[in-house]
Design a protein around this ligand. Structure first.
Ligand code: GRG
Length: 300
């Protein structure tokens, strides 16, 4: 059963923009041949259009809408965050990192193509993400702000740094604070910036931006805790990736540190805090709230 076939009612928030996002993503990587070799173009489309949840682009569109903008105005930002996310998955799956052969229910990029192509797919997606923001977000000062925010979230102080810290984390020295700090960078920063870009496109006030950031920080933790729990108790068919890998590698995880019951409690507490943080947006944030409840209950 795929994600969109599940009976979870909150998934409607993800289903609403799904086709529009995929159409925009496909257009955004319709590279001109022969400037982009056909095999590279095929690998880029294979990785970017693979059946993921599109959580981050949906957050960007919902945030823009909750702040009073037309969600379509945030589509370049939505595509940009999904491109950075897709690149990070392709590189994370490489033999030098997590060494995975299954992603989004398909062979990983380096298995379907080859390692050099997978590295280049990530490089190309990163560059395209910033090109989209710089050329398609209006006005120019908002485009510049989006570029700066995404660069910070994708860079050494967030996504890349979090990945590096996670690769070298030692179970013996781990505590809740150090684990949360890793995941705020590795997983949380891309979730937060997705919301921020939506807010920037909509010209959100500082107070509303702060609410979106607080929601995103809590949602990032919910997301990572459930990711760790699903690695223990989820199944490959729903997740589209291998399970049980964390324990096999001695990775530091929330269930490893806190146990399953407390991890579940923490995930629910962060989901509730995420919803409370959205109070300044009132009913406009209802779908963001339902998405937080979906993430805590997700099976894929
Ligand atoms: C290579 C710089 C670099 C970073 C890699 C993405 C990542 C950082 C690691 C992947 C390992 C992992 C399980 C991270 C936890 C959170 C995460 C990003 C899960 C995948 O995101 P989903 O579930 O994926 O939203 P889909 O496929 O649905 O888009």
């Amino acid at each position: 059963m795929t994600l969109l076939e599940t009976s979870n009612p909150s998934v409607a928030a993800l289903a609403r923009f799904r086709d529009e996002i995929d159409t925009a993503l496909r257009q955004a990587v319709a590279f001109e041949l022969p400037h982009c070799p056909e095999s590279l173009a095929a690998a880029i489309e294979y990785s970017l259009l693979a059946p993921g949840k599109r959580l981050r682009p949906t957050l960007a569109l919902l945030a823009a809408e909750a702040c009073g903008a037309n969600p379509t105005d945030a589509m370049p930002a939505a595509c940009a965050v999904e491109m950075i996310h897709a690149y990070s998955l392709v590189h994370d799956d490489l033999p030098a990192m997590d060494d995975d052969d299954l992603r989004r229910g398909r062979p990983t990029c380096h298995k379907a193509f080859d390692e050099a192509t997978a590295i280049l797919v990530g490089d190309a997606l990163q560059a395209r993400a910033f090109e989209l923001l710089a050329t398609q977000i209006q006005p120019a000062d908002r485009a510049a702000m989006c570029c700066a925010k995404l660069a910070q979230a994708a860079g050494a102080q967030a996504l890349v740094g979090g990945q590096a810290a996670d690769l070298s984390a030692d179970m013996g020295e781990a505590n809740l604070e150090s684990l949360e700090a890793i995941h705020q960078r590795k997983t949380g920063a891309m979730i937060v910036v997705s919301l921020e870009l939506g807010g920037i496109v909509a010209g959100a006030s500082d107070a509303v931006m702060a609410a979106l950031v607080s929601y995103g920080q809590n949602l990032g933790l919910v997301f990572q805790i459930t990711d760790d729990l699903l690695d223990v108790s989820g199944n490959e068919a729903d997740l589209g990736k291998r399970v049980g890998k964390d324990a096999g590698r001695g990775k530091v995880t929330f269930p490893g540190l806190l146990g399953i019951a407390e991890s579940k409690q923490r995930a629910q507490a962060h989901a509730d805090a995420a919803c409370e943080a959205l109070a300044p947006l009132g009913a406009a944030a209802n779908e963001l709230q339902s998405l937080a409840q979906f993430v805590v209950q997700r099976s894929s």
